[in-house]
Design a protein around this ligand. Structure first.
Ligand SMILES: [Fe+2]
Length: 296
């Protein structure tokens, strides 16, 4: 069993890097960090150096990162994954530098999603300077696609310390690795990919202020504002460049009594199963997983 301590980052390829960065800063509100690395843009949302790296090149998700406790935990994870038959690679010094981590390993999950396990994710002491007052407080969660969410749960719960918080039928499995209702979710999708990347905002008002801001700037709203009955979070999904779906949300449930929590089952066909305010719902756009022969 490999213990994940947190989510780390999303690394995504952008064919038009300038446009993707402009959206991530001017529209989403993330801070652009000058990482001094041509072709790579580091975007910051919280105390860490970055949670989103946009890499000039083919459009698509490169990797989704998770943290483990330390170097020993990473070495144990490496041997455990190898024992289970995964092809595990170690990041070289330049790759570690680009990710601002001490060490990392990478492997493909059984559904083709590229996962990276890291430790030593860099913290910045200076305050976050959001590019606009979007109210973002942190990188909240990431969601991956897999053709069978029950199989996906078997993988994540047997290999890692992920526990299901709630099911949305055969459509989604929402998982926690700490008290937050979900830091990771897997949605049903034919191909591997990143379903969306979530940012928490400080106030309910931020969700609605951002909604109007996005509408004023012609951004495609994919779903919301609405409220998920599972996490209790008020959500807003919108589409960025290169098929990348962002989410703002406020008020996610924390599961503080592990022993008492029982996962619940919601039927997506029932009104209110996705949005308890009964707004229109749809499957958001996923960014396909890139199949790279070498890490980028
Ligand atoms: Fe989400």
């Amino acid at each position: 069993m490999i213990e994940l301590t947190d989510i780390a980052y999303v690394r995504s390829g952008a064919a038009d890097l300038a446009a993707a960065v402009e959206f991530a800063t001017d529209i989403v509100g993330l801070e652009l960090i000058d990482g001094g690395e041509p072709g790579v843009a580091h975007l910051r949302a919280d105390s860490y150096h970055h949670c989103l790296a946009l890499v000039e090149g083919e459009s698509g998700v490169i990797a989704s990162g998770f943290t483990v406790a330390d170097s020993d935990a990473l070495a144990l994870a490496e041997s455990e994954l190898d024992r289970r038959g995964f092809h595990v690679t170690r990041g070289g010094p330049e790759e570690c530098r680009s990710r601002r981590v001490s060490e990392f390993i990478g492997f493909d999950d059984p559904f083709g999603n590229r996962i990276e396990l890291v430790h030593g994710k860099q913290t910045l002491s200076r305050p976050v300077r959001l590019s606009r007052s979007a109210g973002i407080t942190e990188f909240g969660h990431l969601c991956l696609d897999a053709p069978d969410v029950h199989e996906a749960y078997r993988f994540w719960s047997s290999t890692f310390n992920a526990r299901v918080s709630d099911w949305i039928g055969d459509g989604a499995c929402l998982m926690r690795i700490d008290p937050v209702h979900h830091k990771l979710a897997v949605f049903k999708g034919d191909e591997p990919g990143l379903c969306h990347m979530n940012f928490q905002v400080a106030e309910l008002d931020d969700v609605f202020r951002n909604w109007h801001f996005l509408l004023d700037h012609g951004v495609e709203i994919e779903m919301g504002p609405g409220r998920h009955p599972q996490s209790g979070a008020v959500f807003l999904y919108f589409q960025g460049p290169e098929g990348f779906t962002y989410e703002y949300s406020f008020g996610v449930r924390r599961i503080t009594d592990e022993a008492a929590w029982r996962p619940r089952f919601f039927d997506p066909a029932e009104p209110g199963a996705i949005d308890m305010w009964l707004g229109p719902t749809q499957r958001t756009t996923s960014q396909p997983q890139l199949r790279l022969s070498v890490t980028t």
